[in-house]
Write a protein that binds this ligand. Structure first.
Ligand code: GLA
Length: 662
């Protein structure tokens, strides 16, 4: 389904920012850099529809024809993430309103409310017009709807749509009042009209209310996506896939499993969130998520930066070699190519300092040379297109669990869903194990030897039953503190923690004892824990480590329970890094989950892609500053075209190798 042949290489192309002389140079430089796919039109609404209902396609016709003549395929975007000023002025009610009631004005992008009828009409209008005109253009190979669905709105139209959504979910007001526990703080609703979006209020919001609003908003975004997709499908056949670019892993307003089911393939954006090896781990994290949300199928990296590493209030540059290594790191985990934001660095506008493939200084630069060398490398890997990655280990990821934990009034400010999930993935990445993400209700969990449940605070009854069956059937489940505590309504499972998993884990938690910032507890195996501790009883579980200090001295901290044919592990504190790695290593070893390549030098990442016909490719990424020798590998290295020498493969410092095995 993903546009081939071979792998895609290129980026966002915004030719409307430039003139003819630059377009000519673009053609030449794209050939040099082996660019074969560009995303066009993402922010072009004001040019394409200068007035309501009046379209100007002549300029885009010319660019698409030119790109096609130059051998470059087109990912045509609908420009709906940035409505033009005429739209805003004609429909002020379609501007987004914050939780504090402030209505935004145009002048940036993403100034729209997804629940606004006028916006939805206008978005479908421009999407249909584009599809009608370009469905049969020979350059077109994919549709890219919108850009990073992310804007949330609390306006009156959102309120009305929220009520419709709640009626469909609960049927009666009584059911809604029960679900949200409105008996507390006199919140009982006597009429649907009394229910508002969770706007700014005094003290805590009701956590059932905020959870449902986030579910509702994700559904709104998905409905807006579907509407555009269906409009496009009326003109454009199934041979041209439709997708959107999902935002960075840490940004969370969508149920990404739901989006994964609706897109023809998953597309993601990924900007490293840290320099050094943390950035490489973050890349693997984003890539494993993208593959998982699409059900294991190939996916596409739609945006990355040539020279952009986000680090708090600044963007750091990428070290030499990083453009290639990060691009290949995504391809190693299933991406069908590597695209960037953007082709040519803007000289004006909001992102004039965002990196690009052709920097302000032009092509005689390290950045362009590295981008072009990456294009060459990607071209050499064409044969891996369509192959997939499989994993023996999964980390559970659930938007509901994140949204629920992200409520006010939690017992500790250090309970961080995203951070805890990243840490679990990182420990597996450090152990060299290829990891999927999975939903707690997934029907096919049995294919994993080990499943980790970090911060799965909320789990539905169905999720709890699925995980129970998984362990009963022989799986190994590692549950971390403050998981399985509330149900899908955000109501506590009473009678002992962690309510959903007590039987599987053979424990009963009586009391959560969050730790003060900076406090530590000592464990009997010499390790320590922070953030959290619990008064826990073993009810069938074996105690692997107990607390040795404080009120809990002598009580279980880490447990292991045989349940059915499988094993349930529980860890009731945030173990120190070394102890966490040791625990994961033990859990993996007992379950027979092996690293992709055993005995690799530390800092070398290995992942395999496999084709249906049995061919396999081993990707090796050296994240260290020294050359590394990888011994247990045989085949042909595709970037050099050379067979792997008998003594092993030397992977250069910061470099990559891709071996066709066999
Ligand atoms: C997002 C957007 C792009 C651009 C980049 C900058 O991914 O989709 O338009 O703003 O961020 O990093």
């Amino acid at each position: 389904m993903i546009p081939g042949p071979g792998l895609a290489f290129g980026g966002d192309y915004n030719p409307e920012q430039w003139d003819e002389a630059v377009w000519k140079e673009d053609d030449e430089l794209m050939r040099q850099a082996r660019v074969n796919l560009v995303t066009v039109g993402v922010f072009s609404w004001a040019l394409l529809e200068p007035e309501e209902g009046r379209y100007d396609f002549a300029w885009l016709d010319a660019h698409l024809d030119r790109l096609h003549a130059n051998g470059v395929r087109v990912d045509l975007a609908t420009p709906t993430a940035s409505p033009p000023p005429w739209f805003t002025l004609a429909h002020p009610e379609a501007m987004p309103v914050g939780a504090d009631g402030t209505r935004l004005t145009h002048g940036s992008r993403d100034t729209y409310c997804l629940a606004s009828a006028a916006y939805r009409r206008a978005a479908v209008g421009i999407a249909s017009a584009l599809a009608e005109r370009y469905a049969d253009h020979p350059a077109l190979v994919m549709w890219h709807l919108h850009n990073e669905y992310a804007t949330v709105c609390y306006c009156e139209q959102s309120a009305a749509a929220f009520r419709v959504w709640l009626r469909a979910r609960y049927g009666t007001l009584g059911a809604l009042n029960d679900a949200w526990g409105t008996a507390f703080w006199s919140q009982r609703y006597g009429a649907w009209e009394q229910v508002m979006p969770p706007r700014a209020t005094q003290w805590h919001h009701n956590p059932g209310h905020t959870l449902d609003f986030r579910r509702f908003w994700s559904d709104q975004a998905l409905a807006a996506y579907r509407e555009q997709r269906d409009a496009i499908r009326r003109h454009s056949g199934p041979q041209v896939p439709v997708t959107t670019n999902l935002m960075l892993p840490g940004y969370q307003v969508l149920d990404l499993w739901a989006f994964g089911r609706e897109v023809d393939f998953v597309g993601i954006d990924h900007y490293m969130s840290a320099p050094g090896m943390d950035g490489d781990a973050d890349t693997a994290f984003g890539a494993d998520r993208a593959r998982s949300f699409g059900g294991g199928k190939p996916w596409l990296l739609i945006e990355q930066g040539t020279n952009t590493v986000y680090a708090g209030d600044r963007t750091l540059p990428k070290d030499p070699g990083r453009i290639l290594r990060s691009s290949i790191a995504h391809i190693a985990r299933g991406s069908e190519g590597a695209l960037f934001f953007q082709w040519r660095q803007s000289r004006a506008g909001a992102e004039l300092w965002h990196s690009a493939m052709v920097p302000h200084t032009g092509p005689d630069t390290r950045i362009f040379r590295e981008a072009a060398a990456t294009g060459e490398a990607v071209a050499r890997l064409a044969e891996v297109a369509g192959s997939t990655v499989s994993a023996e280990v999964a980390v559970l990821w659930d938007a509901d669990a994140w949204w629920a934990l992200d409520s006010q009034g939690m017992p500790s400010g250090d309970l961080d869903y995203h951070g805890t999930v990243m840490r679990a993935h990182r420990a597996l990445w450090d152990a060299g194990v290829t990891t999927d993400f999975a939903h707690p209700e997934a029907a096919d969990l049995a294919r994993y030897r080990v499943v980790l449940a970090p911060s799965l605070y909320l789990v539905s009854d169905q999720g709890a039953a699925t995980l129970r069956r998984y362990v009963e059937g022989g799986g190994t489940l590692l549950v971390q503190y403050f998981s399985g505590v509330v149900d899908a309504r955000h109501q506590v499972r009473t009678g002992g923690y962690p309510g959903a998993f007590r039987e599987v884990l053979g424990i009963r938690g009586e009391e959560f004892r969050p730790l003060a910032a900076g406090d530590e507890v000592e464990l009997s195996d010499g390790s320590s824990g922070t953030v959290w501790s619990e008064a826990l009883r073993a009810e069938g579980a074996q105690v692997v480590a107990s607390y040795t200090t404080g009120t809990l001295a002598g009580e279980p901290a880490v447990t292991r329970h045989s349940f059915g044919a499988g094993t349930g592990w529980y860890v009731s504190t945030r173990l120190d890094d070394r102890a966490y790695a040791a625990l994961i290593a033990r859990v993996l070893a007992e379950a027979g989950a092996a690293p992709e390549v055993p005995g690799l030098p530390s800092g070398v990442e290995a992942v395999r892609r496999r084709a249906e016909d049995g061919r396999g490719w081993l990707f090796l990424l050296n994240h260290t500053a020294a050359d590394q020798l990888v011994v247990p590998v045989a085949g042909v290295e595709l970037l050099t075209g050379e067979p792997v020498p008998a003594g092993g493969l030397r992977v250069a410092a910061g470099g990559v190798a891709v071996v066709r095995e066999g």
